[in-house]
Design a protein around this ligand. Structure first.
Ligand code: HEC
Ligand code: HEC
Length: 315
């Protein structure tokens, strides 16, 4: 009987810690952040803005919401898209801190209103305007002089949304949305993409040097090297990841990581890639879990009977 009492005390203390103390401590250390279903209408930005910025944010998102209502002409947008391709050309050349991402799947990856906002003012859209005295200084800021009228913005966005280039696999989604800043070692990705197989050590070292150079540029641009995301999905809760991607400022106020403006579909793809690299055995583990628990239950019963058998003469 004594053993059962000890066991009961241990179990009760564990449960109190698990369901009581830990969640309480957690709620005190991390404030709860509401998600907004991958809708980017500026409401949260305006609410969070300091007094001197609120009016500018309100005016900005007001215009974005107006442009969103304009019918866009995809055919006219195709010509304007040429201005984007000047930088987003897949040549892998760093521009002002990062390599502009390939836009092949931008229509699926990014939200429509977010794209409108981004073309209108990249720093405001990605909620890093606190980094710039003048938002033309953003490395994509020059776009403001290329695609200028509300109608032009609506047309380019209509073109991007209509354009479909092949299937968006989780890896492609990750590379286009996050890969310019974050390496993923388990996925074999650096800021320069997949590392090719090299025949000689010299070539491999030369490539490594290029990666290090690229990382220094990103580090200089961001203030710190963005962390490798190989196992990040295991280190952060699902809720944290989702609200962080929607708006990094909510979890790390003042951070230089831009809001990426993903659609729900885009986020699910990126998440699938992070799960693939960070936790490749998740399914197998979940399948085997109940069997392991069953084994421990049977083992406990046997151990108990065995002990009882041996101790019965010692009392
Ligand atoms: C002057 C070069 C330049 C031009 C022109 C330009 N971009 Fe960019 N773009 C960039 C750079 C650099 C980044 C990466 C910025 C960053 O990560 O901080 C970027 C990022 C993006 C992103 C990813 C945004 C995000 O939040 O992750 C999208 C989408 C995009 N650009 C679309 C466009 C479209 C559409 C156009 C044309 C209307 C365009 N860009 C024109 C340089 C440019
Ligand atoms: C323009 C560069 C840039 C892009 C693009 C970017 N990140 Fe980041 N990310 C950063 C930087 C910089 C940090 C470090 C932030 C800090 O500590 O302030 C960071 C941090 C993170 C963190 C860690 C947050 C924490 O709690 O410490 C996660 C998770 C993350 N990024 C996920 C993503 C994902 C997923 C994407 C693509 C959808 C992405 N990032 C795109 C720059 C970027």
């Amino acid at each position: 009987m004594k053993e059962f009492k000890i066991l009961a005390v241990v179990v009760i203390l564990s449960l109190i810690t698990y369901w009581g103390v830990e969640p309480f401590a957690h709620s005190q250390m991390h404030k709860h952040v509401e998600g907004h279903n991958f809708v980017y209408d500026g409401a949260a930005d305006i609410a969070d803005a300091s007094k001197d910025k609120a009016a500018a944010k309100k005016a900005f998102w007001g215009e974005v919401n107006q442009i969103d209502k304009l019918p866009g002409n995809a055919a006219a947008g195709e010509a304007l898209f040429g201005a984007c391709m000047g930088c987003h050309n897949g040549a892998g050349i760093n521009m002002g801190g990062v390599i502009p991402p390939v836009l092949d799947h931008a229509g699926s990856l990014y939200d429509k209103k977010y794209l409108i906002a981004l073309i209108k003012d990249p720093a405001m859209a990605s909620n890093v305007d606190h980094k710039y005295a003048n938002t033309m200084m953003h490395p994509m800021g020059a776009v403001q002089a290329m695609v200028t009228t509300p109608q032009q913005i609506a047309d380019v966005v209509a073109y991007i949304k209509a354009k479909k280039v092949g299937k968006m696999t989780p890896q492609v989604a990750y590379e286009e949305a996050c890969g310019r800043c974050h390496a993923n070692r388990y996925g074999g990705l650096t800021q320069l993409g997949e590392t090719p197989k090299f025949k000689t050590e010299k070539e491999a070292l030369a490539h490594k040097l290029k990666v290090l150079d690229e990382q220094s540029l990103v580090e200089k641009y961001m203030g710190k090297l963005p962390p490798d995301l190989s196992i990040m999905i295991r280190a952060r809760s699902e809720q944290y990841m989702e609200t962080f991607i929607e708006n990094p400022q909510t979890q790390l106020p003042g951070t230089s990581m831009p809001r990426v403006g993903l659609t729900k579909e885009g986020y699910e793809s990126v998440k699938a890639y992070l799960e693939e690299t960070g936790d490749p055995s998740k399914e197998a583990r979940h399948a085997i879990g109940p069997w392991v628990i069953l084994f421990f239950v049977i083992f406990t019963v046997l151990a108990y009977l065995w002990k009882k058998h041996h101790w019965k003469d010692l009392h």
